[in-house]
Ligand binder design. Structure first.
Ligand code: 5GP
Ligand code: MN
Length: 345
């Protein structure tokens, strides 16, 4: 099922890991989501179990709804603990980047990744990977990096090191990147991997609760406000947009992760195939895009918002002021009208 990855990579990695224990650092992308964190922990648990020394370094902090894993492996936050993080990087034999396709996506760690002088391996499922590692495992057909890691560890003969904690983390990556098995579910392999992971006795109901039934009341009220007051629907373009200012976020005691998932809601509207979310940040506007069917959210974001991602889930940013950014987006909808109306789901 790993169709882009030649056997030489599996052979090389298994031989590399076969000698003395190596020092390995795993890095997810900035603002890591469930797949980035789940993949990092899952892979770290497996490697640790096999006798390697492993450390996870995240460029910045990750949201509270991902802080419940059974795994006791520490996730070092680079922007908070630069000195310790750099010490780990200096003695590392191997750096594994997970769930991103460009060193830029590691933001404050970009320099460390590009300057790392020992072996670099990328394991990712985003299309169009940049060639910044010695070895690249890039499989865009996979639902999630977590699903890919399961197959990758099988290919290097490490499936025997899977345990409850790694299974729980990898399951979480698949769960969150498919929106609870609601998109990217076309390949039977994803469900095969899920059923393999479930054999480790993970509590899937509890994981669902931890992730999706764990919000603050402020976050729920912010969601209600966004849908009620801040969502504009354009049936003539089969599109919708939600935009939130910094002041509005503050009104609802915003915490990182609170707007996670908001961009998906408009896609539940009959006949909407493209949804955008704009959030005012310090000095820029963060953009998120979701689409259904053939409309390429990643190309749209790449062309106009300096971003990228998957066909149906992408992100980017704008340096224009907030109102101008929303105006630009609305103008773009007219430009994409034909493509939006033609979109097959
Ligand atoms: P989200 O909307 O959840 O921030 O991101 C959706 C998808 O787009 C994720 O797969 C993420 O990796 C990707 N993505 C988000 N922001 C950016 C960005 O600024 N640049 C690129 N290239 N991809 C992004
Ligand atoms: Mn992912």
């Amino acid at each position: 099922v790993l169709e882009n990855t030649g056997n030489e990579i599996f052979n090389f990695v298994s031989e590399f890991l076969a000698g003395n224990a190596k020092n390995i650092v795993i890095v997810p992308h900035e603002n890591p989501d469930g797949d980035a964190v789940g993949s990092s922990i899952g892979l770290a648990e497996i490697l640790k179990n096999s006798g390697q020394n492993v450390c996870i370094i995240s460029p910045n902090d990750y949201p509270d709804f991902l802080k419940w894993f059974s795994s006791e492996i520490e996730i070092l936050v680079f922007e908070r603990e630069k000195k310790r993080a750099k010490e780990y990087l200096e003695k590392a034999d191997l750096l594994i980047c997970v769930d991103f396709n460009d060193a830029k996506r590691a933001a404050k760690m970009e320099k460390e990744i590009l300057g790392f002088s020992n072996l670099k391996l990328l394991i990712d499922h985003h299309p169009y990977p940049v060639n910044f590692c010695d070895y690249t495992v890039s499989e865009p057909k996979y639902s999630s990096t977590a699903e890919l890691i399961f197959d990758f560890v099988g290919k290097i003969g490490f499936e025997k090191y899977l345990n409850h904690n790694s299974a729980e983390a990898l399951y979480t990556g698949i769960l969150t990147d498919t929106g609870s098995f609601s998109h990217n579910t076309a390949r039977p392999n994803m469900f095969r991997v899920v059923s393999e992971l479930m054999k480790f006795g993970i509590n899937t109901d509890k994981i669902q609760s931890n992730i999706y039934h764990n919000f603050s009341s402020d976050r729920m009220k912010l969601l209600g406000y966004c849908l009620n007051e801040k969502m504009e629907v354009f049936p003539e373009f089969r599109s919708a947009v939600i935009s939130i200012t910094k002041a509005e976020l503050e009104e609802f005691n915003f915490k990182p992760g609170d707007t996670e998932g908001f961009v998906n809601y408009p896609l539940s509207i009959n006949n909407v195939v493209f949804s955008a979310l704009f959030i005012e940040k310090e000095g820029f506007v963060k953009a998120s895009f979701r689409s259904k069917g053939s409309f390429p959210a990643n190309e749209f974001s790449g062309s106009h918002f300096n971003g990228g991602g998957h066909l149906n889930a992408a992100g980017g940013e704008s340096k224009e002021d907030f109102d101008k950014t929303i105006e630009l987006f609305k103008q773009l909808l007219s430009k994409y009208k034909h493509q939006l109306l033609e979109t097959k789901i």
